[in-house]
Design a binder for this molecule. Structure first.
Ligand code: ADP
Ligand code: RBF
Ligand code: MG
Length: 189
């Protein structure tokens, strides 16, 4: 593919590391349903100016999820779908169903910040795909994460398969880099 070659430094370079803590909101549900790659959507408003100033594209780092203590009970919300003709029922568990292990583990992630040209979104979105197989959703949960580096610019795609293939490549690059000496130590969030 024609993704630009970006050399990743041997350790984070300014403005990285950046850190953030937020909660997970719902989008249109496309990540899991259409791409098979779920992404925890983060409201741009909850992120510092430094995140807003980053070029749109793909980033990586470490993250941890935890229960959102503001909410005690699980709720089901009816949300709009992209075509607005239908609604979908989305369970907000606020992280209360995460396992003990999942709560203490720091996971690697890849983050997309951008306009998702493939889907022609109207608003800038920040989304985190966590490299871990969760048994269920955790909408509303709290998330803490850092961003340690940049992988590539946001691209437009003519096919879904090409987008998926590039995300798989991003995941491989992130896992390899986060496991290297210059990055591993940033897993202490
Ligand atoms: P949405 O458009 O609502 O973000 P997605 O299809 O992207 O829908 O699904 C995202 C949700 O899936 C996340 O909010 C989270 O609750 C859940 N999820 C399950 N596994 C993962 C994972 N490995 N990384 C990120 N989110 C995950
Ligand atoms: N969407 C794009 O339109 N162009 C991209 O280059 C792009 N890169 C992504 C990279 C990663 C690592 C992830 C997790 C998502 C990316 N997406 C991209 C966003 C994708 O379109 C999005 O996850 C879906 O819109 C579901 O919300
Ligand atoms: Mg998502």
């Amino acid at each position: 593919m024609n993704r630009p070659q970006v050399d990743i430094p041997t350790q984070p370079q300014p403005p990285f590391p950046l850190t953030a803590s937020s909660h997970i909101v719902s989008g249109f549900g496309r990540g899991s349903l259409d791409l098979g790659i779920p992404t925890a959507n983060i409201p741009m408003e909850s992120l510092s100016q430094q995140f807003h100033d980053l070029p749109v594209g793909v980033y990586f780092g470490f993250c941890r999820v935890s229960p959102n203590l503001t909410y005690k009970a699980i709720e089901v919300k009816l949300l709009a779908t992209p075509d607005s003709q239908q609604q979908r029922a989305v369970e907000f568990s606020y992280g209360h169903k995460l396992s003990e292990k999942e709560l203490i583990t720091v996971f690697p992630h890849v983050m997309s910040i951008g306009w998702n040209p493939f889907y022609q979104n109207k608003e800038k979105a920040a989304e985190v795909h966590i490299m871990h197989k969760f048994d269920r959703n955790f909408y509303g949960a709290a998330i803490e994460f850092n961003v340690l580096g940049y992988i590539r610019p946001e691209l437009d795609y003519t096919t879904k398969e090409a987008l998926i293939a590039d995300i798989q490549e991003d995941i491989a690059i992130a896992l390899r880099t986060l496991d290297s000496d210059g990055y591993k130590k940033y897993s202490e969030l």
